[in-house]
Design a binder for this molecule. Structure first.
Ligand code: SAM
Length: 268
């Protein structure tokens, strides 16, 4: 994959203080920034996968083989394994996979190293899924289409491709910029700063953690797309939309917030 990405350093109040050009896109880029902190962050925010997230994957899997794209440190995969799901995970970050392997229950997840733009794990799956909008880690439309195609090629005849995404809104941005406090606790605060490039459907995000230890910055780039664009990617990949919900608990989709999209094969 070849892509250049502008990386912006953004002050806590959202002002751009520096812009530079990053080298070409690497599948490990997100993990390089987040791997050593992700589990701490999950603990700080008290986040656990909602039972409905796990229930839906269990239901769709019907006892079959499941692959999570962007498995990270196993936030979803480890609890799924604990529920008896035959779960495998693909990730482009060796650091994320190392953390997954060393966690209790991590050895129950079959881990694969690779770029999810070109899924190349052996065999077919009953469910392939993205949690947490990780599809948007891919930097452009072309690589996202490749991801749909290569995922479709790894679906069993009755398999489904599940893509969880947020729905971007221009209303969030003022002068293409966005700043809010994502979370805060005793002695720490996480800022979310973003610059939107609507012509590219790209957002450069920099989260800034302020704490007694000083500031730590977590930059990454997201290439967002609408549910309608994903449906077209699916069509190009020989898939069609089977269901779309607002959340994992299957509340009706309303075009705002999030989408849980479930795709199935159109024909064999
Ligand atoms: C937002 S994190 C989600 C991690 C985990 N699923 C969770 O819910 O905590 C995105 C994950 O995708 C991985 N990732 C990003 N781009 C990737 C790519 N092109 N190929 C494979 N993995 C990638 C990152 O290393 C990271 O583990």
């Amino acid at each position: 994959m070849r892509a250049t990405a502008a990386a912006y350093s953004v002050a806590a109040d959202g002002a751009v203080v520096q812009a530079c050009v990053m080298s070409e896109y690497r599948a490990a880029a997100y993990g390089d920034v987040w791997a050593d902190f992700l589990d701490t962050w999950i603990m700080m925010t008290g986040s656990v996968p909602a039972p409905a997230m796990l229930d839906l994957i269990v239901e769709l899997a019907r006892g079959g083989r499941v692959l999570e794209l962007g498995v990270g440190t196993g936030y979803m995969a480890i609890p799924l394994a604990a529920r008896g799901v035959r779960i495998e995970g693909l990730d482009g970050s060796p650091q994320m996979l190392a953390r997954l392997a060393e966690k209790p229950g991590g050895d129950q997840v079959v881990a694969h190293f690779g770029n999810f733009a070109d899924v190349n794990v052996d065999g077919l799956f009953d469910v392939i899924f993205f949690a947490s909008s990780s599809l948007f880690c891919l930097p452009d439309q072309e690589s996202q289409v490749r991801c749909f195609r290569s995922s479709a090629a790894h679906l069993a005849p009755d398999g489904v491709f599940v893509v969880a995404t947020y729905i971007n809104s221009d209303r969030w941005f003022r002068d293409h910029r966005l700043h809010f406090i994502q979370a805060e606790g005793d002695g720490w605060r996480m800022h979310w700063n973003a610059i939107n490039h609507p012509e590219l459907q790209v957002t450069d995000v920099e989260r800034v953690l302020e704490s007694a230890d000083g500031e730590r910055r977590f930059p990454h780039r997201e290439r967002y797309c609408s549910p309608a664009e994903m449906d077209l990617m699916a069509q190009l990949a020989g898939l069609r939309l089977r269901d779309r919900w607002l959340d994992w608990a299957k509340r009706p989709f309303n075009g705002e917030g999030e989408a849980i999209s479930v795709y199935e094969r159109t024909a064999l």
